[in-house]
Design a protein around this ligand. Structure first.
Ligand SMILES: [Zn+2]
Length: 378
C-alpha cells in the first residue's frame, strides 16, 4: 500500500498513513535490525533443492557394499572432526590409506582453521572438513573410500540433503564424490559414536583442536552460516525484550517475570473454577470493590469491614473478615507472610535466576479465595 504509484487514486489516502512507528515493531523488523551490520554478500545461499531428485545419494554404514572385486587401489579411511573453542571453529582430518597387497598403510593428517564462532558451527566444520579432504584426492582410482565422523547431523544431512544451512558444503561434497566415482572409486559414510574409541577419529580430533588454538587466523573466508548468524541475532533481540513501562502495571506488581513457562505451570493443572480465581487475583480484575468501583459497578471502593480499600492485597492478607480462613496460607511459610509475589506464584524483583513458583502456596491461596466465596458472582 505504501508503494502505490502517483497515478493511483488511493495514493492520496495512503500517503497520509504514518509509515514508521517506534512501537510494536514486528519480529521480522527486529531481527533485520539486529542483522544490519552484517554483510549479506558473505552469507551462504540456500537453494530450495540441494540435489536433483534422481541424483544418487551417498550410502551409509557400508553393509550393502561387498568387500570383494575391483578395489585394486586399496582402501582409504578418512576421519573428520571439528572443534569450536576460543571463539573459533576449525577442523582436523586424518587419512589412512591401505594399499593393496599387504604393503604398509600410509597416514596423513592436517588441520585447518575455518572461521569465527559467530559465523560457523561444529556441524559446518564437519562438512567443510569432508569437502576439503575429498578435494585432496585428485587422481585416486579404483579405491574404496570411507568417510568417518562422529557427528550424526552431518551424516544424516549427507544421506538426505535438504533446504538447510551448510548447503554449499554439501553441494561441493557431492560434486567431488561424482568425480571420484567416475574413476571407479566407491564411497560410503560411516557414523561412529564418540563412545566408541576410534584411533583415526582421535587423531582427527587432535588436529581439529590444533586448528582452534588461541590467535589462529583462518586463511580464507568460508561462507557465513545462516543458522548461526540468525540464532545469534535472535538471542540478541530476546535479551532486550521487555514490556513497555505502562503495560501491565498491576501484573508487574504481582510477577516481575515476563509471562512464560512458569505461567503455564501455574495454570495447567487447575480446574476452570480455580484458574478463574487465580486469574482474577493475578490480574487485579477481581470481584472486589477496589476494582468494581473503578469500572463503575460498585458504589464504593471500601471493603465491607470498613477498614480500607478492598484491594487484592487487603483481601488476601489483611481483611479481618477472613482471618479464620487464612490458617492454611500462613502454614505455607514463615518468611514470606504477606508477600504477594510468593502467594500468587510470581517472581519478586529480589528473586534470583533459579527462582521457581511455589505451587503449594499458590494452591493454598486459591483454596482460601474459594472458601471465602468473595470472588463468586452473586
Ligand atoms: Zn476488609
Amino acid at each position: 500500500m505504501h508503494t502505490l504509484p502517483v497515478t493511483n487514486p488511493l495514493r492520496r489516502s495512503t500517503a497520509q498513513i504514518k509509515k514508521f512507528r517506534r512501537y510494536h515493531r514486528s519480529p521480522l523488523y527486529q531481527v533485520a535490525d539486529a542483522l544490519k551490520s552484517i554483510e549479506m554478500e558473505t552469507l551462504e545461499t540456500i537453494n530450495p533443492f540441494t540435489l536433483a531428485p534422481w541424483e544418487e545419494r551417498v550410502q551409509g554404514d557400508g553393509q550393502d557394499l561387498p568387500e570383494t572385486q575391483t578395489e585394486t587401489g586399496g582402501v582409504m579411511r578418512i576421519a573428520v572432526s571439528s572443534s569450536a573453542r576460543n571463539e573459533m571453529v576449525g577442523f582436523g582430518v586424518a587419512i589412512e590409506k591401505q594399499p593393496p597387497r599387504y604393503r604398509k598403510p600410509r597416514l596423513k593428517t592436517f588441520s585447518v582453521p575455518l572461521g569465527a564462532r559467530t559465523e560457523q558451527n561444529p556441524y559446518s566444520g564437519e562438512l567443510a572438513a569432508m569437502a576439503h579432504s575429498l578435494n585432496t584426492l585428485r587422481g585416486l582410482k579404483r579405491c574404496r573410500v570411507m568417510l568417518l565422523t562422529s557427528n550424526k547431523a552431518a551424516t544424516l544431512t549427507l544421506k538426505n540433503p535438504r533446504q538447510q544451512s551448510g548447503q554449499e558444503h554439501i553441494c561441493q561434497i557431492y560434486k567431488l564424490m561424482q568425480r571420484l566415482r567416475r574413476h571407479e572409486n566407491r564411497m560410503d559414510i560411516r557414523w561412529i559414536p564418540t563412545s566408541e574409541k576410534n584411533q583415526l577419529l582421535g587423531l582427527a580430533k587432535e588436529q581439529a583442536r590444533d586448528a582452534t588454538q588461541e590467535d589462529t587466523i583462518p586463511q580464507a573466508q568460508a561462507p557465513r552460516m545462516k543458522s548461526t548468524t540468525l540464532n545469534i541475532a535472535r538471542s540478541q533481540v530476546a535479551a532486550g525484550q521487555c514490556l513497555p513501562e505502562n503495560v501491565g502495571r498491576y501484573s508487574k506488581r504481582v510477577d516481575a517475570a515476563l509471562p512464560g513457562k512458569h505461567t503455564r505451570k501455574l495454570y495447567d493443572r487447575l480446574s476452570w473454577k480455580e484458574a478463574s480465581v487465580l486469574a482474577q487475583l493475578r490480574t487485579g480484575m477481581a470481584r472486589l470493590n477496589g476494582y468494581l468501583y473503578r469500572i463503575n459497578v460498585a458504589e464504593t471502593e471500601q471493603c465491607a469491614c470498613g477498614q480500607a480499600r478492598e484491594t487484592v492485597e487487603h483481601f488476601l492478607f489483611r481483611c479481618q473478615k477472613w482471618t479464620t480462613h487464612r490458617t492454611e496460607m500462613l502454614q505455607c511459610t514463615h518468611t514470606h507472610r504477606g508477600n504477594i509475589f510468593f502467594f500468587l506464584g510470581g517472581k519478586s524483583p529480589l528473586d534470583g535466576q533459579n527462582w521457581k513458583p511455589n505451587l503449594e502456596a499458590v494452591r493454598a491461596t486459591i483454596r482460601f479465595a474459594i472458601a471465602t466465596g468473595r470472588l463468586d458472582a452473586t
